[in-house]
Design a protein around this ligand. Structure first.
Ligand code: FES
Length: 95
C-alpha cells in the first residue's frame, strides 16, 4: 500500500485539531484518510467499510458552541477543523 494509491492528490498539509492537539494532514482527503495518514497501522487494520455504511468512523466536529456528528470517510478535511470526539473504532492512541 503506497501513498499515491490510497491518498487523494494533495499539494500541502493543513492543520486540524484532533481532541485538543494540532496535526498536519493532507488537504483534499477524507477525514478518515487523514487519520490513516497519522496512524497508518491502526486505521488501515480498523473495522471500516470506507464507503459510508458501517458508521464506525463517526466523529464529532466543533460547530460553534455545538457538536456536529459526521462520517469521517465521507467528509473532506478542511483547514482548522476541530474534532472533539471520535467513535470507539477510531483508534487514534498512536498519534
Ligand atoms: S468507514 Fe464505514 S461509514 Fe465510514
Amino acid at each position: 500500500m503506497s501513498e499515491p494509491d490510497i491518498f487523494a492528490p494533495y499539494d500541502r498539509l493543513i492543520e486540524i485539531d484532533i481532541l485538543g492537539t494540532k496535526h498536519m494532514v493532507p488537504e483534499n482527503n477524507s477525514l478518515l484518510r487523514c487519520f490513516q495518514f497519522l496512524s497508518m497501522e491502526a486505521i488501515s487494520y480498523g473495522d471500516f467499510c470506507w464507503n459510508g455504511e458501517c458508521l464506525n468512523c463517526q466523529v464529532w466536529l466543533r460547530n460553534g458552541d455545538k457538536e456536529k456528528a459526521v462520517i469521517a470517510c465521507r467528509t473532506t478535511v478542511q483547514e482548522n477543523m476541530s474534532i472533539v470526539r471520535v467513535a470507539d473504532d477510531v483508534d487514534l492512541t498512536e498519534i
